[in-house]
Design a protein around this ligand. Structure first.
Ligand code: XMP
Ligand code: MG
Length: 181
């Protein structure tokens, strides 16, 4: 399989501007409070790092790692917690930060799991949203950019752990053409 980055969808400057706008909106919404920002590893780590440094409210951070049963780039259904939160969230204002909403399975399941722990509030902020791919209804409270159904990498998003380091969000094309024939 050959993967090629074919196009920059959002250059780092545009991402930076949008992240600051989101942080402004979140800061206004959480004024006087100290949210617990929950990042979903690994994809959200760069977005989350930029987002929290642009907030005007204090916050705490924690992380979860999820695994969907059945590997690959397409979500299968059953979502398991691989690494759980370190902190209890009872009575906390929790804001989940994710790189991308695709089918909606991951976030709807995580929200369901965390709601049972009775946080004071629970919201979701996603950098990207591929709305047309939803398999279950899910609406994030804050979205950086709505995107068409293209596979994207960079700014934390990966393909088999590659391309996360790219500073821009880019479109990845894959082809199964053999190069040795
Ligand atoms: P759901 O459950 O909403 O899953 O289908 C969202 C997860 O799917 C991955 N995903 C992507 N990762 N580029 C990526 O690097 C993409 O275009 C993409 N679309 C979905 C991602 O891990 C996300 O957390
Ligand atoms: Mg992810």
């Amino acid at each position: 399989m050959k993967e090629t980055v074919t196009e920059i969808l959002f250059p780092k400057e545009a991402i930076g501007r949008r992240v600051r706008e989101l942080a402004g909106q979140i800061s206004r919404d959480y004024e006087g409070r100290e949210p617990l920002i929950v990042g979903i590893l690994n994809g959200a780590f760069i977005f989350m790092a930029d987002l929290i440094r642009a907030l005007n409210v204090p916050c705490r951070v924690d992380f979860v790692r999820l695994s969907s049963y059945g590997a690959g780039s397409v979500s299968s259904g059953e979502i398991l917690i691989g690494k759980d939160l370190e902190m209890p969230i009872l009575g906390c204002d929790v804001l989940i930060v994710e790189d991308i909403v695709d089918t909606g399975l991951t976030l709807s399941r995580l929200v369901e799991i965390l709601r049972k722990r009775q946080p004071a509030s629970l919201k979701v902020c996603a950098l990207l949203d591929k709305q047309e791919r939803r398999r279950v209804p899910f609406t994030a409270d804050y979205v950086g950019f709505f995107i068409p159904d293209r596979f994207v990498v960079g700014y934390g998003l990966d393909y088999n752990e590659k391309f996360r380091f790219l500073p821009d969000v880019c479109v990845l094309e894959t082809s199964s053409e053999r190069e040795d024939i």
